[in-house]
Design a protein around this ligand. Structure first.
Ligand code: DQA
Length: 148
């Protein structure tokens, strides 16, 4: 199946951005690990990072046409602000897993609310770069369950 990983604003700075909160792994290294694991399991995985809300929204729209089976989504700061990106995910109705590197519940109060969690299959937060791998594990299990 086709998997899509979407990273929101400022995640291009991973590695140097507040490493005590987000860790030292770069986005390129995270994406490479995810793609290798998905491929080993017989799936295709594409990653996109954008700092622009409309770019993420338009990629979600295209996911409906390109046969994307599941999305891993770290909306970053858009988690707490973007009704528009939420509406895009609701519109295409593609199942998605919400991912955060940090434990958003252990930080500022404004990070506790997400515009995505109630639409997501589930949420993984607080495990640093491993959050993405745990989310991919969950996605692979779900895809396997669907095809058996
Ligand atoms: C984040 C948490 C958000 O609150 C923050 O705005 C981010 C990253 C995370 O992965 O921990 O940019 O989504």
């Amino acid at each position: 199946a086709k998997l899509l990983v979407l990273h929101g604003p400022n995640l291009n700075l991973l590695g140097t951005r507040e490493p005590e909160i987000y860790g030292r792994a770069t986005l390129a290294s995270i994406d490479a690990r995810l793609a290798a694991r998905a491929q080993a399991a017989g799936h295709a995985l594409e990653c996109l990072q954008s700092n622009a809300e409309h770019v993420l929204i338009e990629r979600v729209h295209r996911a409906r046409e390109d046969g994307t089976a599941l999305i891993l989504l770290n909306p970053a700061a858009f988690t707490h602000t973007s009704v528009a990106l939420r509406d895009a995910l609701a519109a295409v109705a593609i199942p998605f897993i919400e991912v955060h590197l940090s434990n958003v519940h252990a930080r500022e109060a404004f990070r506790r609310h997400s515009y995505f969690s109630d639409l997501a299959i589930g949420v993984i937060a607080g495990f640093g770069a491993d959050s993405y791998e745990l989310a991919l594990d969950a996605a692979l299990r779900r895809l396997a369950a669907l095809t058996h």
